[in-house]
Design a binder for this molecule. Sequence first.
Ligand SMILES: Cc1cc2nc3c(=O)[nH]c(=O)nc-3n(C[C@H](O)[C@H](O)[C@H](O)COP(=O)(O)O)c2cc1C
Length: 193
Amino acid sequence: MTRIAIITGSTRPGRRGGNVTDWVLEAAGRHRPEVTFEVLDLHDHALPHLDETAPAIFGAYERAHTLHWAEAVGAYDGFVFVVPEYNHSFPAPLKNAIDFLYAEWNDKAAGFVTYGINGGVRAAEHLRQVLAELKVATVRTQVALSIHHDFAISDPLEPGTLTPGPHQEPALTTMLDEVVAWAGALKSLRVPA
Ligand SMILES: Cc1cc2nc3c(=O)[nH]c(=O)nc-3n(C[C@H](O)[C@H](O)[C@H](O)COP(=O)(O)O)c2cc1C
């Protein structure tokens, strides 16, 4: 059984990321019922600013929260990152959470569902660079949700409602198929724990 984590990459009170994560989880379960999809929400892990002595590549985790996060990430074969664009990149709490670990990311697949004024595409481009260093294979197809066209927002301080255009779910299912295929193929590279 292939296991894919849907990582909610924003932690802001009133975030839109919760609605986007729910949409991804529901569509993923419907499209690929034989695959396990679970939400990994940064908000639930509440990691502090990186406080490990050794860089994660040494695998010498000392803190309970790091071990807990490592166990969570290590349980999956691949990831779907649900990520907004913040200042032409992805949110700092997500970078911090990525930096805590190393081996748990290695030789796994990932895809992106981004959102922002222009679909959040710059968040994904930065994230691809970071994940390459962690030996994560990032798939081509990407979902880019526009704040203006794929959400109904009456108050900019409220999350509003996700109203994805008709082309978005086909993009999502194509991306999911790519992630599941690569996650399966990369299993043979990983040493069983
Ligand atoms: C700190 C911050 C910086 C932002 N910078 C950008 C940006 O550079 N480009 C963009 O398209 N949207 C930007 N936005 C808008 C967000 O993409 C949009 O508000 C999105 O809903 C934020 O995700 P969240 O609701 O899950 O926190 C920014 C929002 C925040 C909070």
